[in-house]
Write a protein that binds this ligand. Sequence first.
Ligand code: AMP
Length: 287
Amino acid sequence: MKVIKEISAIQNICLYFKRLGKTIGFVPTMGFLHEGHISLILKARDENDIVVTSIFVNPIQFLPNEDFEKYPRDFLRDYHLCKSAGVDYIFYPEPEDIFPNDYKTFIEVKNLSDVLEGKYRPGHFRGVTTVVAKFMNIIMPDKLYLGQKDAQQAVILKKMSKDLNYPTEIRIGKTIREDSGLALSSRNTYLSDEEKIEASVLYKALELGAKLISKSHSISSEEVIDKMKSFIKEKSPNCELQYIAITDNENLSEIADPGNFKGEILISLAAFFRMTRLIDNIVVTKT
Ligand code: AMP
């Protein structure tokens, strides 16, 4: 496994492999890797000749009041995890090389970026789509690997890839969780052990919502959300819920009667445990 910091170097390496007819799988990450990232790397390893992972805490997807500075970083640990998982190249650029002072070009997926997470983190997805578009131009992957954990990000990047005609297949890996149900996240390191146990209430509430929707032929989103809110309030007094939303998993538009809906329904939420903001989701398919 090699670590490449220079943009032109990784681009030339990827071009070389493409000319040889090799397929490239790309897993973008912000590092501080956990089993969720590793599951994507293993999937990429399975499906491609060459696996490239990027480790880049992307400054432009953080809002000014967010945790860019204190976001956990441990390159040596990530290096060993990537090596064991079979990564061929870690792309580990410097922020000033990706976004130099005179940087001017941004990618924005309209509408989809303003709802759900976008409402509370304005500009976040513009940062995500811009950096991923750049990385896709640098790596030129045949397949791009994303986690369902960031459901809206997956929907937006699929749309960007389609709209901009990237010849890349987007592969979504399922959310990896602790036994308690808590979704793995690099930000879980901010939580105490007690908070981690308490935070598992989020997935339990999502399961409750999914069950209510699955078993009914007609139920309002309001009723489902109210029941989930009461459940969280009862089980976890320290949880400060920011939102719960029930939307069409294809276009993220709100669904009034999910009981009577045909297709994939996304139930998503965000909540704070003290200063730590967590997101999670579940998808219910109604036929
Ligand atoms: P991040 O490092 O948080 O930017 O995440 C990098 C990639 O890993 C994204 O595509 C995430 O959706 C994915 N990911 C993060 N957490 C998980 C998880 N618990 N299970 C599966 N994929 C995940």
